[in-house]
Design a protein around this ligand. Sequence first.
Ligand code: ZN
Length: 291
Amino acid sequence: MSRLVKLSSNAFYVKGRVNIGVVKIEGKLLLIDTGLDDDSARRALNLLKGLEGRLEAVINTHSHADHIGGNSFVARRTGVPIYAPEGEIPFIQNPLLEPALLYGGYPPPPLTKKLFMAKPSKARPLTSLEIGGLEIHRLPGHSPDMIGIAVGDVFYIADAVFPEGIVKKHKILYGFDPERMAESLRTLMRTDYKIYLPSHGSPTGEIEELIDLNLAAIENVKNKVLAVLEEGAKSTQTLIGDVLEGLGLKYEDPGMYMLNASALKGYLSWLTRNGKIICFVEKNIVMWALK
Ligand SMILES: [Zn+2]
């Protein structure tokens, strides 16, 4: 059951599988993300009735479907503008780009479900939002141009950090670019807020430990890729299969496999950029090997 949780005098959130932030500034209400679908957006709008003030705008932290899935409902119901970081706007306006990015081509049906593909909505650049009192922190990596938003002592950190349960269960933390994910985690480590709210998890004042856990998970996957290549050159598919096996992961759903395979390809790019591995084509198969 969704409920509105108070974090400070002007910061709240709708607790759910994906938390939706609610901020009150000078009597104006802002939503941070809109959840997975119409239902999550409807619940959030209903809960706003318990607060004084009018909804002025939505800010999307990034364009993943579970964060923007309620955009079209909120826009239709309230007519408020939706703001987003510039690099995320194409994905919000043309949601087919997200599964296309994950797949590397026109996506098959397992990737066009609502978990991976939201309904389209219009978004404006966040730089054009004229409301004071918000601090925008750039936290790219998990998605190309993700942001976090701080209001007073409360920092909404989107998907920059995953809670312990998710880290232990999933092992691969989905991200577009793991190198920049790690950089953003280190950026976060240098901040000092009283309360941090990850989109998937509970508010915490002790973010350092969680950041270390997330950094260790990224390092673990990177090392697993290198360990698998110690055995010799491998094709992309074999390499991904061996890394998943080594991490003890098994997917029944092709969509979940493709999501994690896409994340692992980000590691291959990172290691290639750093000169640790190389790729080449052999008998029409892309191969990866230690340099
Ligand atoms: Zn996300």
